[in-house]
Ligand binder design. Structure first.
Ligand code: FAD
Length: 331
């Protein structure tokens, strides 16, 4: 493969019902930073139906160009039309890098694309950088999260990576930025469309996303059981707009739902304030919350690793401390 034919950083910007997903903006911000160093362009790839008006918005967030495909077969998302469209874009445009958000859609699409394009995919990256010779350095936890591996896709292009929502920071829009917007013509092969969406039914409990919360009250094994979590819900209620989340230990115990789990195999969160209550601070948990702006930890073990990332640490029994804090806040 002649790698010199491949250039520019492409970002698949996911939209749902016309709304750009925040991870797309986070990836555009990161791509902009990488492109400044590698002297390349950032191209946003937007797929859907009736989505052309969103393109300008992506330029403000760092794209030099927006390639969009507007077709009824792209709404709602199904694997095959999306895979066909992006495969054609990549084969025609030859990007050096293709970044995808590790959402349910991105996790479905990424492996399909990498297989079709005959290139590698590094999933769930927590860091992206460019080496001196221009290779993308993709860092992700390995061996159960006990070490970080930096992976390079040396022989193939594009270099593909998925990144979970909330891992990269979204930059502010710059409305004065200029860029091109271009419709990309895709020839779909409907004979390969095997799935048709008949109806979309929303699961009520997924309506609150812990990645959107400004304040998270998170509980671990130290909270004990569902009764203990009632105490956390009371604290969250007096804080106004706070959500309750948890470590994996409480999800495995069946006390909390998986969509409330913070960490490597849960969600990556970055709230203004994160309470870690009865959470030891295992590396897999820290991976999902250590970028929070302010961390308050309560743990009865003064050597608990959570205190190494906490801004405020309280050594003591949370069952005594939390009701006192809730009472004080109520007043
Ligand atoms: P523990 O480690 O048991 O800690 C409980 C803490 O509570 C202790 O520090 C204890 O001192 C304190 N405590 C107990 N009673 C009280 C009290 N009354 N008052 C105050 N403090 C008290 N974990 C995640 O959280 N998220 C993930 O996404 C995740 N992914 C993983 C992926 C892999 C591949 C693997 C191998 C593990 C993963 N884990 C994950 C599990 C992780 O390694 C830990 O086992 C888990 O985070 C521990 O949860 P915990 O801190 O609640 O429990």
């Amino acid at each position: 493969m002649d790698k010199t034919q491949y250039k520019d950083i492409y970002v698949f910007v996911e939209q749902r019902e016309g709304a750009i997903q925040p991870v797309g903006i986070e990836l555009l911000t990161k791509a902009r930073e990488l492109a400044e160093r590698s002297n390349e362009k950032v191209v946003a790839v937007l797929l859907g139906h009736g989505i052309g008006s969103q393109a300008q918005h992506l330029i403000a967030y760092g794209a030099d160009k927006v390639l969009y495909v507007d077709d009824p077969v792209l709404e709602p998302y199904t694997t095959e039309p999306y895979a066909q469209a992006i495969t054609q874009i990549v084969n025609w445009c030859k990007p050096s890098v293709l970044l995808i958000g590790a959402t349910t859609i991105g996790r479905d699409l990424g492996p399909r694309l990498s297989a079709r394009l005959g290139t590698g995919l590094t999933a769930d990256c927590t860091g992206l950088d460019i080496s001196e010779n221009g290779d993308l350095m993709m860092t992700r936890p390995a061996f159960g999260g006990n070490l970080m591996a930096t992976i390079i896709c040396k022989e193939h292009r594009p270099q593909m990576s998925t990144v979970r929502p909330g891992v990269m920071r979204a930059g502010a829009p710059d409305e004065s930025r200029q860029g091109e917007v271009e419709a990309f013509p895709v020839k779909f092969d409907p004979s390969r469309f095997k799935v048709r969406v008949m109806q979309v039914v929303r699961e009520q409990k997924n309506l609150v996303d812990i990645t959107d919360a400004k304040v998270l009250v998170s509980g671990g094994r130290g909270v004990g059981n569902a009764e203990g979590f009632k105490m956390l819900k009371e604290l969250a209620a007096v804080l106004g707009g706070a959500e309750v989340s948890s470590s994996r230990a409480m999800v495995d115990a069946g006390v909390m739902d998986h969509n409330r789990q913070v960490g490597q195999t849960g969600k990556t969160v970055r709230p203004d304030l994160y309470f870690a209550l009865g959470i030891s601070g295992a590396i897999q948990h820290l991976a999902g919350m250590e970028e929070s702006d302010y961390i308050i930890a309560v743990n009865k073990d003064k050597f608990a690793p959570i205190f190494q990332v906490a801004d405020l640490g309280i050594v003591g029994d949370l069952k005594k401390i939390i009701p006192l804090v809730t009472e004080k806040l109520k007043k």
